[in-house]
Ligand binder design. Structure first.
Ligand SMILES: [Ca+2]
Ligand SMILES: [Ca+2]
Length: 254
């Protein structure tokens, strides 16, 4: 009996080897193995999970991923508060393109202001004349105002001059008629701006110019009592030389 069979009988006797099982020698290791010679046994229960292994090294970077699609726009936010005012910037250089125009405009405004003052002054003088006027008449280029004062010739001259005019001097039939229309309203004699004070019989206006239009009444000028050097208009429109110190109404022309 071989050694293997004796061993098999011993193991069978102690129950370690079941019938159908045989002991075989491993030819490479010169050892013995127990080999089940009968039907294959059932699988055993799964073993328990082993513990986690050590952490591995960091791997190489992978290839870049594909670009994602753009997301939908978000909702509009509320308007923020106004910021604080910034510091004032440096003063710019003065431009010169408008300089001459502005200076010219200033000169024009100054001239207009002066003109306005002149007009205002004239208006005030004329209002002063109108304030004592008893009537107004017009010729083609003059305005005549009859006053309600009876004064001397020199006083009459001064009053008309203070109003910006002068004692009326009719130089045409039309102007004489215009003055006459005023004189009829007061039914009295009125001084005019004609006299021969400088030289008897040489009648001139207040600026010394020779008079070329006359409308003397019959018998005038007669220089009565050698003392009539100022001309007045009578109620018929005719002229008379009169004493300059006598008081008369008068007509101013403008
Ligand atoms: Ca005279
Ligand atoms: Ca006379």
């Amino acid at each position: 009996m071989s050694v293997m069979k004796v061993l098999g009988l011993i193991l069978l006797h102690v129950g370690l080897v079941t019938p159908g099982t045989q002991i075989c020698q491993n030819p490479d290791e010169n050892a013995y193995s127990i080999i089940t010679c009968g039907a294959p046994g059932k699988n055993g229960l799964p073993g328990m999970n082993g513990s986690n292994g050590a952490k591995g090294e960091i791997g190489e970077p992978g290839p870049p991923g594909l670009q994602g699609t753009a997301g939908s726009p978000g909702a509009k936010g509320e308007r923020g508060d106004n910021g604080q005012q910034g510091p004032q910037g440096p003063k710019g250089e003065r431009g010169d393109s408008m300089g001459p125009a502005i200076e010219n405009l200033k000169l024009q405004m100054t001239a207009m202001d002066s003109r306005m003052r002149d007009l205002q002054s004239n208006l005030e003088r004329q209002e002063k004349v109108f304030s004592f006027g008893k009537g107004i008449a017009r010729s083609s280029n003059k305005i005549y105002i009859m006053n309600n004062l009876e004064v001397t010739y020199d006083e009459a001259k001064a009053i008309c001059a203070s109003g910006g005019g002068q004692l009326a001097v009719p130089r045409t039939q039309e102007e004489n008629q215009a003055i006459f229309s005023l004189r009829k309203k007061v039914q009295a004699h009125s001084f005019m701006g004609i006299n021969d004070i400088e030289s008897e019989g040489d009648f001139r206006d207040l600026s010394g110019q020779v008079i070329t239009y006359f409308n003397w009444r019959a018998g005038e000028p007669n220089n009565l009592r050698n003392n009539e050097d100022c001309v007045e208009m009578w109620e018929d429109g005719g002229w008379n030389d009169e004493n300059c110190a006598n008081r008369r109404f008068f007509v101013c022309e403008f």
